[in-house]
Design a protein around this ligand. Sequence first.
Ligand SMILES: C[S@@+](CC[C@H](N)C(=O)[O-])C[C@H]1O[C@@H](n2cnc3c(N)ncnc32)[C@H](O)[C@@H]1O
Length: 420
Amino acid sequence: MNAVIRVIHGDCLTQLPKRDEAFSLIYLDPPFFTGSVQRSVTRDGISEYSYDDSWPSLTSYLDYIKVRLEAAISVASSSASIIYHCDWRTSHHARRLLEELLGPEHFRAEIIWTYRRWSNSKRGLMPAHQTLLWFSMGDDYVFNQTYEAYSPTTNVDQLLQMRTRDERNKSVYALDDAGSVVPNGVKKGVPLSDVWDIPYLNPKAKERVGYPTQKPVALLSRIVKTFSNIEDLVLDPFCGSGTTLVAAQMLGRAACGIDANKDAIEICRRRLEQPVITQSRVLEVGRESYRREDDSWTSFLSGLAVTPVHRNSAIDAVLKDGHLGLPVLLRVQRAGESIAELRAKMRAVVQKKQARVGFVVQTEPSSQSSLFNTALDSSVFVVNSASNEIRIILAGLDAESHSEMKRGASEEDCCSAESK
Ligand SMILES: C[S@@+](CC[C@H](N)C(=O)[O-])C[C@H]1O[C@@H](n2cnc3c(N)ncnc32)[C@H](O)[C@@H]1O
């Protein structure tokens, strides 16, 4: 697939390609009206990029957007989709604007792009979504259906059995003449919904180029795949670092990107030459996979209030309340794992994360278990039954100073508890 990708520097109001080119998909991701300069640095910390997102007033912002939206719409094909990316600040204004320009009957959906974020201490609800307004130019638009995995709570009958309606029009499982269930064949999954759970790029993702408000290729790939066909023409009038162009190139669509920022254009060109895409495991196998892969350890921590940690081989969970304001880390031994190795790994993590203490919960018998807790190291303890022993040891840590611990005071608690 060798689709032509064009990158144009300038204001999208004046730099749009000629009207004889009709675009099948127009994705617009303009500044969000944040009222500040958007800045970001590259992963190596060497370069900083920015664009201005401050405006004298909401009216001046909406006027700016409206004329550019009109211009973009003027180069759309009669079957094109328009995807307008915004957030809580202006989604209601943008919808009105689009309805005014395209007609309310051409509104197709409000797509919520949701992602997980680190918590902050702000009072109120933490924003964890952005909005994609989908409008079409007419009734004959491209929509390539895709299917998502069933939720883990889906009942096996729902997957395997045919449904029908009863006399009260209620959905029920179908039965044949002999009263047996009717198989449903192979189901593809659940049709794509209007809530898209796609991870935001994490600060260390290789895909991150350091351009502010860079969107993930995974998000743009879904948009391009869903609303256009191979060899269709895609337009991004506010292309920034060129995420849409990378997705279009990868998926065999021709595309044109415009940006007023010279840095953005340079980044786009570099990115198109050597695209880097971070694969999202959450997208490939689902967020639940982190949890379901191996949760045998959870039963060993019952009775303790913990937050599970899913992506660190040295830790299974952290104690919710910590201890004296510091984290307490927990790891449960799996079949065949060496306690000595787990202990060494835990010690390293305790140091690195500046945790108060780490516990390795031993689940397999060992004649040497009591040797693991030494008077010289009170940063990691090996315990058998997590909840009781951990409480005893933490109580010991409460009572004694860290240096006293080193002299072995509470070590005895630990070792004696372990050998019970
Ligand atoms: C939200 S960012 C786009 C980010 C992009 N989707 C990405 O993944 O990197 C908005 C972009 O609009 C550009 N911009 C603002 N006004 C513009 C205009 N009149 N014409 C073209 N680009 C403009 C800014 O320079 C900025 O790069």
